[in-house]
Design a protein around this ligand. Sequence first.
Ligand code: ZN
Length: 433
Amino acid sequence: MSTFNILKKIYPINTSIAGKGNRKKLSIISKEIPIKIHNYKSGTKCYDWIIPKEWEIKEAYIKSIKSNRKLLDLNDNCMHVINYSYSINKVLNLKELKKNLYTNKKLPNSIPYITSYYKKNWGFCLEYNKLKKLKNENYKVYINSTHKKGYLNCGEAYIKGKSKSEILISTYICHPFQANDGNSGIAVAIQLYKFLKANKNNYYSYRFLFLPETIGAIAYLFHNEKKLKKNIKAGFVITCVGDKGKFNYKQTKNGNIFIDKISKNVLKFSKFKYNIIPFFPEGSDERQYSSPGFNFMIASIMRTPYGNYEEYHTSKDDLTFVKNKYLIESLHIYKKVIMALEGNSIFKRYQPHCEIMLSKYGLYQDISNLSNQENDENKKIMLFLLNNIDGNHSLIDIAEKMDKNIFSLIEVASQLKNKKIIYECKRTENIII
Ligand SMILES: [Zn+2]
């Protein structure tokens, strides 16, 4: 299925942090790629948190007592009820009702996306323009929802590489009716999985997670702490990848490890405009993964970051706001970064002393050959590489020093490797930075 069609399928599912909507979304994902579904029981203590009950919403509306006409109905848009809302059945005057109504003045024709997971609350979300028109009369408010013991579900897919060292790819499934926030990341992650699965020679192993934001990541980390600590080297949270905004690279907490250097190099030598933003412990699940107990170096390549676009957390973050073209561009950048990660390594020369006699290996362009730009560039990189390959510096370090595209260095290193001039001695992730 195309990236946009995947998004179209998962976008309208009424998800929360736990409940059958989440299982439905995971079952759609499982039709695309093989995922293992984990069930974490309500009430389980995970570090400082407790796994919540499953939420289900059956019916909800606001009705004018006078006209007996419904002003809002859950069936029109599930965003009309605050996510995780408790049941209510009351008659209120407008002043009382307004205390539990939520709007977004900046986008007066949008419905805001509001959640209340950890505070017992009820409420409705509606367009500000609609709120303005409400008359001073009595209204019946009715919400029929349940909070029952059950499970929080997380999906996990794993691709085994030559090494046990892992790259983590994490996305979140809890946002209903939000195209860019969360769901665009799921669609791109699914395609990235397919791309990596088709490549039989991956060096790294890849772990893909599809979980409810915050509590899902916390529950998953709690149940897999040992295994993850041993293997995860770096990773990405993929979200906000479908809008027209320029790219934004949110660095890892370290800011300058191999995954940072590679992502910046790929963006720099792409045709796209981009910004680099320092790590901050807000946003998405990078804040769980990089907490002191784990300290995983997790970055994020986004378009416009969460919170920075007007449509964020409103009904306007919809399937017209996200375009297939932008999803494909984002997927392209992620694929390039992964390919660069795979190709990046640390080499050593068999003969480290003085220059290598390149003509002996057929690598020196004869003077009678017409020199062209490509050959000159190749030679320049080759000489630079041979002068810097010392068993300590990875290709990305040398690419940074030369201000060259990492892929040119990967290509030249492979020529030198084939001629048995250099050999791979270790991977970047083994270096303590
Ligand atoms: Zn969000």
